[in-house]
Ligand binder design. Sequence first.
Ligand code: HPA
Length: 264
Amino acid sequence: MEIAIIGGTGVYDPAMLTEKREIKVETPYGMITPVVGVFAGRKVAFLPRHGADHSVPPHRINYLANIWGLRRLGVERVLASAAVGSLNPQMLPGEVVIIDQFIDFTKNRPHTFFEGGEFGVVHTDFTEPYCPELRKVLLAAAEELGIKAHDGGVYVCTEGPRFETPAEIRMFAQLGGDLVGMTNLPEVVLAREAGLCYATMAIVTNFAAGIASGPLSHQEVVEIMAENSQRLQKLLNRALAIMPKERSCPCQKVAPPAEKIFEE
Ligand code: HPA
């Protein structure tokens, strides 16, 4: 496999793939069962982050197994989708944001492959957390399709599964956050640690708590994602089709040497 798509809320169906089959990949963290297939001559693995039936909440997702397993399959690049709330009046429900920074407010998730011991102490660079080449591909695909996509945005990741309080949202806005979600961390970090390029297309499903006119609901998020699923599918398809074959981004240079961790 060369490329993986990690589907967030509302993105469960690898419709574009041909020669589809579900496979099992054993990892030291448990098994994953991606659907693999072919699209635009590329071998693609598809993994719905919350499970095919959306049964896994954000704080229980086995991010370590997902990323380890994708690397095991030979994947070099990951495109992820994520439903987000917006704190930024310029980023409206229904719009796409190709995020470029994150702020991590998760509290209690396994969040690294590097736990010391025989692998040593490893500190990974996150000056440019998202692959600049993949971000460009997503932006170019959006432009070709006439889909409005913001170039850059700061994603604040909360622990969930509850939504935020208006006071938290005011704090995140003061800290420079644009969007809030529950799943981009530690996924983006583990991808970098594993030497994988990673980019996220965030879809604004709602204004965040206290900015929205009433209470938030998961149902509302699911509905907005369903309304946008065809656009997202088109965006993904186009991105896969125009993605250069070889990587020419700095991601691998800043990724730590990690071969040993990924040996079985
Ligand atoms: N908060 C956190 N996660 C979310 C939201 C939100 O408002 N909308 C979609 N995912």
